[in-house]
Design a protein. Sequence first.
Length: 258
Amino acid sequence: MAALLVQAVLCGYRFIDTAYSYGTEKIVGCALKLLFEAGFPRDGIFIQTKFYPVMPYDGKSVRKQFEESLQNLGLDYVDAYLIHQPVPRYSELEYAERNISAWKEMEKLAAEGKIRHIGVSNFLERHILQIMEQCSTAPEINQLEINPQFQQAGLAAFCRKRNIAVQSWGPLSVTDDKAKAVLELLAKKYGVSWTQVALKWNLQSGNTPVCFSKNIRHLAENINLDFELSEEDMEAIRLCNSADAHRKTWWYPRQQMY
């Protein structure tokens, strides 16, 4: 895995996304060590990880987990640090207070120079507003599941209106037959793969897609997006949207309810 990450950087990727809960921070740290020893500059890569809000969580647990993440990555600072989800298990009645406590500690870490940008992941409008109403700074990033079959256009527009950058995880998670057919048709039109079309649609929509592949050929292909989708073709993909086509993860119902 570390060698694959090095290959990705050599292909041109400059953004590495990981998280405490993924269990991949040490692997990323190994890849970064190899790159830095070879002379690659630290400021040449944007490295992002996430706080996993396991119970009980508050400001103290944020700092403790963050320091462990830094150690795993072998870094003095990260470029971005996000709260991974808004409503963890067993925090339904007090999640807002806990998110605010976590956010204030992240603000302190940013003031200390250990974090360059702070943000959230999978937060809905009300979760973001709770932070904005109680804290000194607003989130700079919201990482959301966004792909042609689950677009969250309203939430993404809400974020952009407030200068919150939108990152899209799962940008290639397309299982719907209709959406896949549209992407494959457009792929033939532009002489590219359907994954390139899906990624380009995400970019032209104003989002930063976060993609992953274990295949070097696919890594090289997915970064080669030197074409432009017409507005007609963008609309064809927008029509593939479904409100319930998200991944079937345990926390989506909780996120929607609270």
